[in-house]
Write a protein of this length. Structure first.
Length: 183
């Protein structure tokens, strides 16, 4: 199995030349995407569709935006992502339809072993992140690897989401804790 195949499967992998080349493509793409703040929305959508795995209609991702690869990102229709979003997509990251993402949000599927020897060997892995439909993620929130956020949930600004969030729940804080459940 290649290092890229291991990465995509969420197994331990060591970044190699193929992975580095994929990342370089995403960096070049980001330079183009972020380079012209006056670019028309339909042109931005075309650029997103050239890199991402799937992009619904009426998606807005305001620059600057950064990701590791792009080809592991799926975004539903009507999604809005504000300025300065970072998505580390070493494996699949899904954002459901009509979700709103505040400025400075980080969605992180990339992870590292807890064992120091494995980190010294430059091993990494990823865990998919799934964000449901109609979710609101407040400014500066962090969504950590392996988290699933249910439909209609609210993530408070600055929250660090370390665990799954139930549909319709409101979570805040670091680590994020449920303060309201769906009625």
């Amino acid at each position: 199995m290649s290092e890229k195949q291991k990465m995509l499967a969420g197994e331990l992998y060591r970044p190699d030349e193929e992975i580095a080349a994929d990342h370089a493509k995403a960096v070049a793409w980001a330079a183009a995407y972020n380079g012209d703040p006056t670019r028309a929305p339909e042109e931005r959508l075309k650029l997103l569709r050239a890199l991402f795995a799937d992009v619904g209609d009426d998606v807005t991702i305001r620059p600057p935006f950064h990701c590791d690869y792009g080809y592991n990102i799926r975004v539903g229709a009507g999604v809005f992502v504000n300025f300065n979003c970072v998505i580390l997509d070493v494996c699949e990251v899904t954002i459901g339809a009509r979700t709103q993402v505040g400025p400075g949000v980080q969605i992180l599927a990339a992870d590292h072993p807890r064992d120091a020897a494995q980190r010294r060997d430059l091993l990494e892995f990823g865990r998919p992140v799934t964000i449901g439909e109609d979710v609101w993620i407040g400014a500066g929130a962090l969504i950590l690897p392996g988290v699933t956020v249910g439909d209609g949930a609210i993530i408070g600004a600055g929250s660090v989401v370390t665990r799954d969030v139930a549909a319709g729940a409101t979570v805040v804080g670091s680590p994020a804790r449920t303060v309201a459940k769906a009625s």
